[in-house]
Ligand binder design. Structure first.
Ligand code: GDP
Length: 312
């Protein structure tokens, strides 16, 4: 049978990286725009699946956002994510699609999980409150895949990435994650010769950052080979403080003013580095260094976002 891989969420940072990689391997990816198919509409999703007959699905569609967006719009985060993933997973089963890769996030783990966090830490303690709505939706997604495997033998698997960054990220300062937010803040401070840049929180939290092209290789590998009930972690294997991240971005961007911490903004979870030894034992490892990844993402930002802003 000819391969037809549906990458759901192909316009986002993760979905676009996975689509690029599949296409570079000469594989047949199918996509559908949000304006044509609203994944929150169950009937439309089921109709689209019957009509387009994917042979497998990579589910990279999600309502995502940074720490303030998550805690400001909890209803949107839980409703959109629960609805779209349930429609796609259940619809996949009904349409006879036997293979699906569900993408989650390291925020599924308890706030005070033992570090580095093993897959087995799931559901062993309370979640970080700033993103518990998103986390509960993602935990439900993992369990939905497991349920269809258990009841119907479907080969549905889940991959949990750490914090990601790279081309096609969201650079909106209100809704973005820390990496694109700081890249934009430092860049704008440099071009306006501002004296300081404000970074949220204390600067002490630790985060694990993986370039999205490295994640894409892990996801494509899992799509082709991974077939287990338990979800699998996919992380960089090291973490940095938000202060170190800010200093690195300032250096790459060429900003030499002050970095000021706004402690009225939340820190979120103190640390969430994952134990990715299972996927590493299967042969995957990151290839893009932190400094190179930040430098190439900044070049992408300059060529795409900043150029667009200047043209507008
Ligand atoms: P998280 O990993 O789910 O907490 O999501 P974020 O990427 O939004 O935030 C990571 C950490 O970076 C938190 O401690 C934030 O307070 C901190 N941070 C510092 N400055 C910023 C900023 O400008 N935007 C965002 N989103 N986070 C920031």
């Amino acid at each position: 049978m000819d391969e037809r891989i549906w990458v759901a969420g192909h316009r986002g940072m993760v979905g676009s990286a996975i689509t690029r990689l599949f296409c570079s391997q000469g594989r047949n990816v199918i996509t559908v725009d949000r304006s044509i198919l609203d994944l929150r509409k169950q009937d439309e999703v089921e109709f689209w699946l019957r009509a387009n007959k994917p042979t497998s699905i990579v589910f990279a569609a999600a309502k995502v956002g940074g720490i303030i967006a998550n805690s400001t719009y909890p209803a949107d985060f839980i409703y959109d994510n629960l609805t779209i993933q349930t429609n796609v997973i259940h619809g996949a089963h009904k349409a006879g699609v036997d293979r699906l890769v569900f993408l989650g996030s390291s925020c599924i783990y308890p706030k005070f999980a033992e570090q580095p966090i093993k897959e087995s830490s799931l559901l062993t303690g309370p979640l970080e409150p700033t993103n518990e709505w998103y986390a509960i939706a993602k935990i439900s997604g993992i369990m939905t895949c497991q349920a269809y495997r258990k009841q119907y033998g479907r080969r549905y698997v889940s991959v949990m990435p750490c914090n990601l960054y790279g081309p096609n990220d969201n650079f909106n300062l209100e809704t973005s994650h820390v990496m694109p937010a700081l890249m934009r803040k430092f860049h704008e401070a440099k071009v306006t010769s501002a004296k300081e840049v404000v970074v949220w929180g204390t600067g002490a939290p630790l985060r694990e950052f993986l370039h999205v092209d490295d994640l894409a290789r892990g996801v494509v590998w899992c799509h082709d080979n991974y077939d287990e009930y338990e979800h699998i972690n996919c992380g960089a294997g090291f973490d940095v403080t938000i202060r170190e991240l800010a200093e690195t971005i300032a250096r790459v961007v060429g900003f030499s003013g002050d970095i000021v911490f706004d402690v009225s903004k939340p820190d979120g979870t103190p640390r969430k580095i994952m134990d990715s030894s299972r996927i590493r034992a299967l042969g995957w490892k990151p290839e893009i260094s932190f400094d190179d990844g930040i430098a190439s993402t900044y070049r992408w930002y300059l060529a795409n976002i900043d150029a667009k802003n200047r043209a507008a």
